[in-house]
Design a protein around this ligand. Structure first.
Ligand SMILES: Nc1nc2c(c(=O)[nH]1)N[C@H]1C(S)=C(S)[C@@H](COP(=O)(O)O)O[C@H]1N2
Ligand SMILES: [Mo]
Length: 444
């Protein structure tokens, strides 16, 4: 048996005396002159080369020895060049034109619960705009003159003077996972569940603005929200949600102004409700006494039931979860320990439990819920797994504070059939093959 070579480490630390001399020489060179940064980098590069081929000699890399880049080179910070694979992606052939399309959020590559603004999924019906905030207006009116004493038109500056709140909420398109109603359709969690994002939104409670306008809260039972893009996106919001103070006229997203793709400069935030009601480029709010039955509530965003009828106004996103690692398209390199992680959410409140199965639903164990666990917000869960290298089917099943448990495909299809588009919150299954490859599967 050969003994492992002793680690050659100088008593002063991780440098050999020879390397320390090199560092000093490099510093002298660096201090000497006008081309300081360039020469220091060169010195660093030289030192990073292995010496004498002995891998146990600790070599300082260039980035520990030389000056980095100047601050001004990066006005608005960008991700590392090594992270360029983490992108929103379009599902090829999903829509006829790219202006009425979706880009999916790369859930498999995110940590915690916050979606970076540049990776927030996008859903546009008529393309996105970068609207001049100094020209944008929000009109607030009543369906008849008595509904609201003082109809008003607000500039962005006027809205941004009002008392504001910041809250973290998920937004999920009602069509998320919609391609999977019939059978497995897409390979990765980005495409199965990526019409989902979660940000800190900042804005003025809609209730505050309605109060300023002298709204008649006895007669006013619904509001209509209308967008300023070509889609004329209009949605009815029930007053209970508005009166709770949760519905926001939002201009902030993750600490800065909304991104153009996400409705800059003003969007409605309707926690727990499907994405379509989070009207972007918001230009008008009307208070009324009945639902508006707009095109986006009659022709679209209705649930086709097995008997051929359509279910309307099913706006709340029911409790749902998904394992993001391991998930479709990933490869486990070897058997042994894995931190299995995923996301759970409910449009009705907080997540109280997430169970995970590794054998297709025969046995379940409770995952650790990571704090914060917030209402109508993504909750991150983690659970330990020692993979024995045999085929496994990984699933997660969430329960929310109302006691509702996420259904299996069999349970969901018994009620909803297989031909719907919206509101598929079934338990997702990932097959881990012996090779370590992970595939999207459905258990019948
Ligand atoms: N004005 C306007 N608002 C809109 C839409 C739109 O096309 N126009 N799309 C809706 C739909 S269907 C969804 S799922 C969400 C998507 O929001 P996001 O693009 O910020 O992810 O915005 C909603 N609000
Ligand atoms: Mo949507």
């Amino acid at each position: 048996m050969t003994q492992p070579a002793p680690l050659k480490r100088a008593p002063e630390g991780f440098l050999t005396p020879e390397q320390i001399e090199d560092v000093k020489a490099g510093r002298r060179r660096f201090l000497r002159g006008a081309l300081a940064a360039a020469s220091a980098a060169a010195a660093g590069a030289a030192l990073a080369e292995p010496k004498g081929g002995d891998p146990h000699i600790v070599q300082l890399p260039e980035h520990s020895m030389a000056l980095g880049q100047a601050v001004a080179a990066r006005g608005y910070g960008q991700p590392s060049k090594y992270e360029t694979n983490l992108q929103r992606r379009e599902s090829p052939g999903l829509t006829r034109v790219r202006q009425a399309s979706v880009s999916f959020c790369p859930l498999q590559g995110l940590f915690g619960i916050i979606t970076p603004s540049g990776l927030h999924f996008e859903r546009h019906h008529q393309g996105w705009w970068d609207i001049d905030p100094s020209k944008h207006r929000l009109m607030v009116n009543g369906s008849d003159p008595k509904m609201l004493e003082r109809p008003m038109v607000f500039t962005m500056d006027e809205l941004m003077r009002l008392p504001s709140v910041s809250r973290i909420h998920f937004i999920e398109c009602g069509a998320n996972t919609g391609m999977e109603w019939g059978n497995v359709a897409v390979p990765t969690v980005q495409y199965t569940h990526g019409m989902l994002s979660c940000c800190e939104f900042t804005g003025v409670p809609l209730r505050t603005v309605l109060e300023m306008c002298g709204a008649d809260f006895k007669r006013g039972k619904f509001v209509l929200a209308e967008g300023g893009d070509g889609s004329s996106m209009t949605r009815t919001i029930p007053m209970e949600l508005v009166m709770s103070g949760e519905v926001l006229l939002a201009y902030g997203q993750n600490g800065e102004m909304l991104r153009p793709e996400n409705g800059y400069p003003l969007r409605l935030v309707v926690p727990g409700v499907q994405g379509v009601s989070w009207v972007k480029y918001l230009r008008r709010i009307e208070l009324g006494d009945q639902p508006y039955a707009t095109k986006d509530e009659v022709m679209h965003y209705v649930d086709l039931m097995p008997d051929g009828t359509h279910r309307q106004y099913t706006s709340i996103q029911e409790c749902k979860s998904v394992v993001t690692t391991p998930s479709g398209g990933q490869v486990l390199l070897d058997k042994g320990y894995y931190n299995v992680t995923g996301l759970a959410w409910s449009g009705r409140g907080k997540i109280v439990k997430v169970d995970v199965s590794f054998d297709g639903g025969r046995n379940w164990a409770s995952a650790r819920l990571q704090t914060p666990v917030l209402s109508k917000c993504l909750t991150r869960f983690n659970i330990d797994w020692a993979w024995d290298g045999k085929p496994a089917i990984v699933q997660s099943r969430a329960t929310d504070e109302t006691g509702y448990v996420q259904p299996t495909y069999a349970q969901l299809r018994a009620v909803r059939g297989r031909r719907s588009i919206y509101h598929n919150n079934a338990i997702q299954s990932w097959l881990v093959e012996e090779s370590g490859e992970v595939k999207n599967v459905q258990l019948s």
